[in-house]
Ligand binder design. Structure first.
Ligand SMILES: [Zn+2]
Ligand SMILES: [Zn+2]
Length: 282
């Protein structure tokens, strides 16, 4: 029996270039992962923790070959723990996505599909009826992932890419602190609106990485940068004081996204029930 059998093919791992899995400690042939020599070389450079095909598989069947939720947990853990090097975790997650070819699908033309949200229609009918002539509000599940679900819905007409969109948004925030940390010495302010309450970086990043955590305008800007898309954020004028709804109705173009780029879709801030007057809006 081979002393170090490859975790995939069971043959001696010493016979050709191999890589060690940080989780199960097994050696895997480069060709059995499989990965290109260039990606293999990238894994050799730093103290990055490689995970083998078996260890990146989701425990829930039917969730594809790569566990994106586990990746989110690793980023969240790194963001919350001072003795974990966030930069190398981010590098490692990017490299894992590259190794296992985890990407969002190409944008299709057919992204207007989905069921109309009757509550949002009711809200618009009461507060902004003219909009219903041009817009059809599509509902998403309100489970704390609604921003990422809404983006997935807007991009593809389906919500199930929300985990990957969340992960890409968290990686964007982690990789570009100057653009997302309001106290960074070289902070680049993309939002430019003093009316908005902005979250601290040590809150913003875990909120992006932890599944089910609510999102704010900063996350929408980070998602715009992560996806290279320009969005429109829309809050119906139903909140008692204007300063609460106005700042949320605007063009969103994050780091590196040209404002001249056309709006991909509109994200509507909505509610679980139709209010008749602004006082009832929550
Ligand atoms: Zn092998
Ligand atoms: Zn493993």
């Amino acid at each position: 029996m081979a002393e170090f059998p490859c975790g995939q093919c069971n043959q001696d791992a010493d016979t050709s270039p191999s890589i060690n899995c940080d989780q199960c400690d097994q050696w895997i042939h480069r060709k059995c992962v499989p990965m290109t020599p260039a990606i293999w070389a990238e894994w050799q450079t730093a103290d990055l923790k490689f995970l083998c095909p078996r260890c990146v598989k989701p425990t829930t069947p039917g969730e594809g070959p790569y566990d994106i939720r586990a990746a989110l947990k690793r980023v969240a853990e790194a963001a919350a723990t001072t003795n974990i090097n966030l930069r190398s975790v981010v590098k490692q997650e990017r490299l894992l996505l590259k190794t296992y070819k985890v990407t969002l699908p190409q944008l299709t033309e057919n992204h207007g599909a989905g069921e109309v949200d009757e509550t949002s229609v009711g809200i618009l009918r009461n507060f902004h009826p003219a909009l219903l002539e041009d817009y059809r509000p599509i509902g998403v599940q309100g489970d704390g992932n609604c921003l990422y679900r809404a983006i997935s819905q807007g991009m593809y007409g389906v919500q199930h890419h929300h985990h990957l969109i969340r992960l890409l948004t968290a990686l964007e925030i982690a990789e570009h602190p100057a653009h997302h940390d309001i106290h960074h010495p070289n902070h680049v302010d993309h939002i430019k609106d003093s009316r908005l309450f902005l979250a601290e970086y040590n809150i913003l990043l875990p909120e992006a990485a932890i599944e089910g955590k609510e999102s704010c305008m900063q996350h929408i800007f980070a998602a715009s940068a992560a996806l290279g898309l320009c969005f429109e954020s829309y809050c119906p004028p139903m909140v008692p004081s204007e300063y609460m709804s106005l700042p949320y109705t605007r063009r969103v173009s994050g780091r590196g996204v040209r404002t001249s780029k056309g709006v991909a879709f509109t994200l509507m801030w909505t509610s679980t029930s139709v209010a008749n007057s602004s006082r009832q809006f929550k």
